[in-house]
Design a binder for this molecule. Sequence first.
Ligand SMILES: [Zn+2]
Length: 336
Amino acid sequence: MIFPFTAIVDQEEMKLGLILNVIDPSIGGVLIMGEKGTAKSTAVRALADLLPDIETVKGCRFNCAIEGPFCSDCLEKFQDGGLIEKEKKKMRVVELPLGVTEDRVVGALDIEMAIKKGERHFEPGILADANRNFLYIDEVNLLEDHIVDLLLDSAAMGINTVEREGISFVHPARFILVGTMNPEEGELRPQLLDRFGVCVQVNSLREKDLRVEVLKRRSEFDDDPERFYQKWEIEQQSLAKKIVNAKRNLKNVIISDETLFKVVEITSELDLDGHRADIIMLKAARAYSAYSGKEEITREDIKTVAPFALRHRLKRLPFEDISTETEKLHATLERI
Ligand SMILES: [Zn+2]
């Protein structure tokens, strides 16, 4: 039994960061920063219960979408005249543990089988499971460099290719990256940091009432998870429904020129390189607008999500504290 998402006390920023990615996976994932024991992992695992269905090619081990791109298995099947049949699967949260081997991440080709029987046999890895799902890495800043490289490659290409002795296997590997980290335990490589669409912060709850509520819910859950779950079921269902509705309305949300100018005004003020921050901020604002049931992106929507899209992209000059840039961001947000 997983602790219900809606029963997590406070930490609205973290919850919103996750929800926005369910509404629009192209936001590109979320990095959750915070101290130990702040319900980061609980929230990510709890997300699984709220995830919608995806449509996949029936029987495909790699969750290929009906419209492609396809894995080697599907391509072979279609070439042989096989029909594309559909099936629905629930989106999942797939975990990538620290200390994992490369084979476990990318999958492995069985060369012996190929030589003996002339058959291609591919054992799917975590990237296969993660295709079109959430890929979750706890303590992502402690991930080994060679695994980070594999993730960056497949995130950039959207496919995973495994080659051995002239045999190859390809499958789509598009995942929504979710990482949690405690900044006190080390930094994240800049290339990986930029891969996360948004970055949210969690803080230890200082207010006594909130801390009491955490304690109360936790012990209730530990004593009788099933009963606790039933108690929260209506809340869970209503949030899941709100997410499905937001997904449906996402592309109907109006993006005015004024909105575009506001987004660009913020990023220009902070002198950011490239357009990634602008694009993500706009996507996040649109998802938030759809989630709030609005027809058009408002100034408030932009103000709410701007820190998510910008926090990990602010430039820090040598010897300069990040707080200078953060202050500049807040001042800009007040002005727009
Ligand atoms: Zn496939």
